[in-house]
Ligand binder design. Structure first.
Ligand code: HSE
Length: 440
């Protein structure tokens, strides 16, 4: 059978890796796909660089629409990124009857409903393994491997930049700003790291996983997004003294009232495997009712790890594109007419446990007042840590840190108590609150 022909839009790091891996493993890939897979055309604004990366046999153009218009191209790979021109080109490729492979998590998390509906109507596939956790085949696992399960929750370290920063802060006792600069110098963090450090990138990925796990539409606008920019190294230290590590988690959970979808720093028990994922690595824990807890670990970014996911999608399409569209794997794991309308819950309805740090006056009755306010709201305390004032504020200090770990409570309830605690004259600084996930 003649090789399936692929056009590539945007040839950066991942595009270059895709060429390399396709070439290096071409025989192995062909044995799996049942036919060859060839990237025959590339569109990139920098045509000279693109030609150098793609090699002489590949047609390089400056206009992506030339690729989409080419009747010989069966699959378009979109590696441009962002929600702008990428959205237009993906929709145009679908309209032209091309299958699409994309690594673009932002595009799918925000415009996925429109894109999947267009693909469904046109009978083409949109594949996106590379959009979540780079080389880890988590989409395949959720959509196919775990298909027997009622998935209950997913918790993942799905942003390598922030995990690298948190690992360095803990290892070296450094503050966020210092580590961020170092991460940029080493090339781990982008020159503009906003999407990573503010949790947006992780929320895009969590949104996609949530849709596949629970058969709901992608709803990035409903996700709660918090990054790591306000984390202080002293909280990482206190958490460690209590047996926890702080990680930026993407969490989605099925609860009786609906679906939780949130990204924020969280204390994780140090004994959990997820707590021990260090540096720029990614890991995702999925809990299904039949299989129990499963863990997926690997590189979440980089040239060849991401190319590994892109090529897996190319092979899937090569195997399935002659199949009746109704018999292919649905984009979001559930049949398009069987999606759930379970609501994504507001944070006030989320039930979890908390780490609270209160800078308080070191005087009689403060601890009693704080704990009685929590007790009156029905919030049960799991652990308390208080350091000597001298250790916290220096010799002769009259202030100290009071650290409280709570048991599970509704976030709305804690919001109210926290406002009350904050108004106490003996509470001297804004209360630090970090969610805690036992993952048991
Ligand atoms: N910037 C991401 C990360 C990789 O740091 O994990 C691409 O999603």
């Amino acid at each position: 059978m003649k090789p399936i022909q692929v056009g590539l839009l945007g040839i950066g790091t991942v595009g270059g890796g895709t060429f390399k891996v396709l070439q290096r493993n071409q025989e192995e890939i062909k044995r799996r796909a049942g036919r060859g897979i060839e990237i025959t055309m590339v569109a990139d604004l920098d045509t000279a660089r693109a030609q150098a990366v793609a090699g002489e046999g590949v047609k390089v153009v400056g206009d992506a629409r030339e690729v989409i218009a080419n009747p010989d191209i069966d699959i378009v790979i979109e590696l441009i990124g962002g929600y702008g021109v990428a959205r237009t080109l993906v929709l145009e490729a679908i309209a032209a009857g091309k299958h699409v492979v994309t690594a673009n998590k932002a595009l799918l998390a925000v415009h996925g409903t429109e894109i999947f509906a267009a693909a469904h109507a046109r009978g083409v596939m949109v594949a996106f393994e590379a959009a979540v956790a780079g080389g880890i085949p988590i989409i395949k696992a959720l959509r196919e491997g775990l298909t027997a399960n009622r998935i209950q929750w997913i918790a993942g370290i799905i942003n390598g930049t922030t995990n690298f920063i948190l690992s360095e802060m803990r290892d070296k006792g450094l503050d966020f700003d210092v580590v961020l600069k170092e991460a940029q110098r080493l090339g781990y963090a982008e020159a503009d790291p906003t999407f990573d450090i503010e949790g947006v990138d992780a929320a895009h990925k969590a949104t996609i996983m949530s849709a596949i796990a629970f058969g709901i539409p992608v709803q990035f606008d409903k996700a709660h997004v918090e990054g790591i920019t306000r984390l202080a190294s002293q909280d990482i230290r206190y958490a460690e003294q209590l047996g926890y590590r702080i990680k930026l988690l993407g969490i989605t959970k099925r609860v009786p009232k609906g679906i939780e979808l949130r990204v924020h720093p969280a204390l994780v028990p140090a004994k959990r495997l997820l707590a021990n994922v260090e540096g720029a690595m990614n890991a995702v824990v999925v809990h299904g009712d039949a299989v129990g807890t499963t863990l997926y670990y690997g590189k979440g970014a980089g040239s060849e790890p991401t190319a590994s996911a892109v090529i897996a999608d190319l092979v899937d399409i090569a195997r399935l594109h002659t199949a009746d569209a109704a018999h292919r794997v649905p984009h979001l794991a559930f049949q398009a007419d069987a999606m759930s309308d379970a609501p994504v819950l507001p944070m006030s309805e989320v039930v979890t446990s908390y780490y609270l740090r209160l800078r308080v006056a070191d005087e009689a009755g403060v601890l009693a007042r704080v704990t009685s306010l929590l007790a009156e709201a029905g919030i049960s305390i799991d652990a308390v840590l208080q350091r000597e004032a001298d250790e916290v504020g220096g010799e002769g200090s009259t202030q100290t840190d009071l650290i409280i770990l709570t048991h599970d409570t509704r976030e709305g309830t804690l919001d109210e108590v926290q406002a009350h605690l904050q108004s106490l004259p003996s509470v001297l600084a804004p209360i630090v609150r970090i969610r805690k996930e036992e993952l048991s």
